[in-house]
Ligand binder design. Structure first.
Ligand SMILES: [Zn+2]
Length: 411
């Protein structure tokens, strides 16, 4: 289902966001097509288009005949001016920090990735984030005035209202850290903070017209596991902005003990750290992991995947069992929410994809209650490891382009 507009003056801001959304997804649309796609009156579309043209956010880009191959009044195509507005997206994963500069038309103008400093150093990490933002902006050459803000995607739980990272299990030492305000103060830019999984789902919806028309779940595989949800074209944040905590779905009742008191939660049987632990216990990897340092574990995880790539039977077994457990957890989600599609991404995904892309759908398809009615598609993200950062930037552009009394852009 596509977002529809509403023909009342007080929802003008929402309508403007809907129109921009349609133009971006289609690449370009005429006013007549916009009215048809949004359900808004011709007058409303015309007024909003004029406002966006005046602000330089859209431009008129040539004329097409009214109907395909038939007669009709020529129509002017409206399209986004990519260079008119930008947003910075930051994705703070416990092991990798990703920063992108996104243009309003969805183009990634610049991106940069580097290891996150050790988990117990929130102050150092905040300073690093600020420095990396400034470096990226300087190197990109875009006008500072065109940058509407910074979006930060971070592991939950977060206090969305206050912009605070609360106490994420995979970021040791981060207790109620006011990341949003710290970055806003240091950069002088407006900042929004959201959960990494929510940002990833928003990114998919932003760039992919097919995803936009569907209900989908985004399985995020990083240091931890989480899920972003888009149901009927609406992002699901839940009561406190912390929806999507799937880590404690039990798929192996004999599995390792979890901090929640149960056994075999996917949080302790499918994360890179747990796969590394399993491989070390089986003697597949040398027992070298040091505490819970995310970077050490990440390196060991890469070594495990390389072994599997060389056909090591033990390593392949570890990955196969993990794929089955993930499929079982996805079955719970798919059966509960009846989504059309599961998109998988996150820093661990590119390494797991060669195995999971084949095995997860195989196991999942047998577990779906509605399998006779519709197929649930499992796909890897097309946005690669930048997906969380791109989504964070999308959140800022959405926010900035919805005019309100506090609007960052046009009112
Ligand atoms: Zn648990």
């Amino acid at each position: 289902m596509e977002r529809r507009g509403a023909n009342q003056p007080r929802v003008g801001g929402y309508n403007q966001a809907v129109i921009l959304d349609q133009i971006r997804r289609a690449g370009g649309l005429s006013r007549v097509e916009l009215a048809a796609a949004t359900g808004l009156s011709a007058q409303t579309v015309s007024n909003i288009s004029q406002r966006l043209l005046d602000a330089g956010i859209i431009e008129e880009a040539g004329r097409t005949s009214g109907t395909a191959g038939g007669p009709g009044k020529p129509r002017t195509t409206l399209r986004l001016v990519g260079s008119s507005r930008h947003a910075v997206g930051v994705h703070l994963d416990p092991s990798v920090l990703t920063i992108v500069l996104l243009a309003i038309d969805g183009t990634v103008v610049a991106s940069h990735r580097r290891p996150t400093p050790s988990a117990n150093a929130p102050t150092r990490t905040m300073r690093l984030i600020t420095r990396e933002i400034e470096k990226l902006l300087d190197a990109s050459g875009v006008e500072r005035d065109s940058v509407v803000g910074v979006g930060i995607a971070a592991p939950g739980p977060i206090d969305a209202e206050r912009g605070v990272i609360v106490d994420p299990p995979n970021l040791g030492g981060w207790h109620r850290v006011p990341l949003r305000d710290a970055v806003a103060e240091a950069t002088g830019l407006p900042v929004v903070l959201d959960k990494d999984v929510t940002a990833a789902a928003v990114a998919e919806r932003w760039v992919d017209a097919a995803a936009a028309a569907q209900s989908f779940a985004f399985l995020y595989m990083g240091t931890g596991l989480g899920m972003g949800l888009m149901l009927g074209d609406d992002v699901v944040r839940g009561g406190s902005g912390n929806a999507g905590e799937i880590g404690h779905i039990v798929t192996d009742p004999q599995g390792p003990v979890c901090s929640c008191g149960m056994r075999g939660c996917i949080a302790v049987s499918c994360t890179p750290a747990s796969l590394v632990a399993e491989a070390e216990d089986l003697g597949i990897l040398p027992a070298t992991r040091v505490g819970s340092d995310p970077r050490t574990i990440d390196d060991a995880f890469t070594a495990l995947v390389k072994l599997a790539g060389r056909g090591h039977v033990g390593a392949l077994g570890v990955l196969e069992r993990a794929a089955e457990r993930i499929a079982r957890a996805l079955a719970v989600v798919c059966n509960l929410l009846d989504v059309d599609r599961v998109i998988i991404g996150g820093p661990a995904w590119s390494r797991l994809a060669p195995w999971f892309e084949r095995q997860v759908p195989e196991v999942l398809s047998g577990l779906l209650v509605a399998r006779g009615l519709h197929h649930v598609e499992i796909v890897g993200t097309s946005l690669g490891e930048d997906v969380g950062a791109i989504g964070a930037a999308c959140l800022v552009l959405d926010e900035a382009l919805t005019p309100r009394p506090t609007s960052l852009l046009v009112g």
